[in-house]
Design a binder for this molecule. Structure first.
Ligand code: SF4
Length: 524
């Protein structure tokens, strides 16, 4: 028996059930095989090699214990970020870097861009590389949230966009299709299913025509470059659109069922910490905004951006680290239950920043402080159950109604009593055109309630396995049943539509939903 074989056999035989037992097994391996303490990565590699050769049987518990960077699939889905090739952008934003041969607003040393560069910006190869790497590190990759970055998506030629998405689907299907439609169809039963696609764009590019294109491509979530709620700040930063454009885009997107994530930038030229804090109040008090998700990117100065000249001339200064941290802490504590803070701080490597915060783990620091001071952050990511899943814990159904973009939002969730552990959520919308009894440019959605999101949190459970993790305990199904009841009884509507990712269509079919245009629809 080779040394590697001996290690794997020992690992399987001892079958550790928790981290304590895993450490003990590692020590035994180190002693008996006269090797240094093996790393999880090394053990996982050996495990996969022997599994491939069918010399051992699959052991999911062991895979979970050895998994590297568990956070990558702790939200219940595997996130894969890919970038489009360099294109120009109609914007001239002061803070936006322009690096040669790079997509606008991105730098060649950002992790996702480095991956894209390695793969010549080919979506197929980018997705394939990520799937292989996630699997190698022990993550299940059967539910994928695809995030597409690279500047203003809506400005790219439609032909390129359709080709890009098809190639990404082909990579998940592990075979090329003859058309985008075929690749989407194939993905409904593929091993790696795309359960949602996110793109980033400018608010002034969201029109009815653009929404139809987004749906054809299978997009389910849009990240809007809103940046500020003050017209004078948008003007000073040469954004080229006003606040009204963000309000209109938000309404159009929500009424068509999209999830809406805002990019917001504190510390832009013209802002003060007080004004920034007020901005977040406005965002969640005024019904015109109320984003479902947020990315907060405090302004940093990069040599490649026009703002660098302002900084050199002393016209612009960033906040001190302490002031920024205090501001962000107040912001986090003010976010409502229905909002998820996706990111805080962009993935820009510190050497590229001339001025501004270089603390890449600022969020972690703030969250630790919040916990230490026994304060409570209500935003979704802070409450997601992650590894704290307890099958014996009693969970409750919560409901929060709020007006948004002239429609009505109903946020349903399963959580523990104190609302510190979120197991599952659903966003139901009664769109503005239904409340106002008006026609809508997407016929399939007329007189219909909309399910914009269903998400069950916790470790990603492979589609064919597991009973104990929160996914597949039927929580999503219970929430859907509840919304069907609300839609019919409270609003007298006979139809409900879901903006479902292609890879989740099969799930809705089982619940009686049918594909109409690009939505899954059920007549109640
Ligand atoms: S719209 Fe976005 S990508 Fe274009 S210049 Fe402005 S920040 Fe950069």
């Amino acid at each position: 028996m080779t040394k590697d074989e001996e290690i794997v056999k020992k690992l399987i035989k001892e079958n550790p059930r928790n981290y304590k037992e895993l450490s003990a097994v590692k020590r035994i391996i180190g002693k008996t095989c006269q090797s240094s303490l093996p790393s999880n990565r090394h053990l996982l590699e050996l495990y996969h090699n022997y599994l491939k050769k069918e010399k051992i049987k699959k052991n999911e518990q062991l895979e979970y214990l050895l998994r590297i960077r568990k956070i990558r699939s702790l939200s219940g889905i595997a996130v894969i970020t890919i970038a489009t090739k360099p294109f120009s952008c109609p914007g001239k934003c002061l803070y936006c870097p322009n690096q040669k041969k790079m997509p606008k607003s991105y730098l060649k040393n950002e992790p996702a861009i480095m991956r894209a560069l390695r793969n010549n910006f080919d979506p197929y190869r980018q997705v394939e590389e990520r799937i292989i790497s996630l699997e190698k590190n022990g993550h299940p990759v059967d539910k994928i949230e695809l995030i597409i970055i690279g500047g203003t998506w809506s400005y790219l030629p439609y032909q390129y966009r359709a080709w890009f998405i098809k190639r990404a689907f082909d990579a998940c299907n592990q075979k090329p299709a003859s058309s985008l439609l075929e690749s989407q169809k194939l993905n409904e039963k593929a091993k790696h299913r795309i359960i949602g696609i996110t793109v980033e764009t400018r608010p002034d590019f969201i029109t009815e025509k653009e929404i139809i294109k987004l749906r054809k491509l299978g997009i389910t979530r849009v990240e809007l470059g809103v940046q500020s709620v003050y017209d004078e700040i948008l003007k000073l930063n040469q954004r080229g659109h006003n606040v009204e454009a963000s309000i209109k885009a938000t309404k159009l997107l929500k009424d068509a069922g999209f999830k809406v994530c805002y990019h917001i930038m504190p510390n832009l030229p013209g802002a003060t910490p007080e004004k920034d804090l007020k901005m977040f109040k406005i965002l969640f008090e005024k019904q015109e905004f109320k984003p479902d998700l947020l990315k907060i990117y405090p302004t940093v100065v990069l040599k490649e951006a026009p703002l660098y000249q302002w900084q050199k001339k002393g016209i612009y200064k960033t906040y001190s680290d302490k002031n920024l941290k205090d501001l962000l802490k107040k912001i986090i504590l003010s976010l409502p239950y229905y909002c998820r803070l996706q990111r805080m701080i962009r993935d820009i490597p510190a050497p590229s920043i001339t001025t501004g915060s270089k603390i890449s783990n600022l969020r972690e620091i703030i969250e630790k402080e919040i916990k230490k001071e026994k304060l409570k952050s209500r935003e979704i990511r802070f409450r997601e159950v992650k590894e704290n899943y307890n099958p014996l814990e009693k969970i409750y159904l919560f409901r929060q109604d709020y007006p948004a973009s002239e429609g009505k939002e109903i946020f349903l969730s399963f959580e523990n009593r104190r609302r510190t552990k979120l197991y599952s959520l659903l966003r139901l919308r009664i769109p503005s055109y239904v409340l106002e009894k008006k026609r809508f440019f997407i016929r399939a959605l007329e007189n219909s309630a909309l399910i914009r999101e269903v998400h069950t949190y916790g470790q990603l459970v492979p589609l064919s396995k597991q009973k104990l993790a929160p996914q597949h305990r039927g929580l999503g199904k219970k929430l859907i049943k509840e919304t069907e009841k609300i839609t019919k009884k409270e609003f007298g509507l006979k139809k409900i539509a879901v903006i479902s990712g292609v890879g989740v269509r099969a799930y809705y079919r089982k619940l009686g939903y049918r594909l109409e245009e690009t939505y899954m629809i059920k007549k109640l």
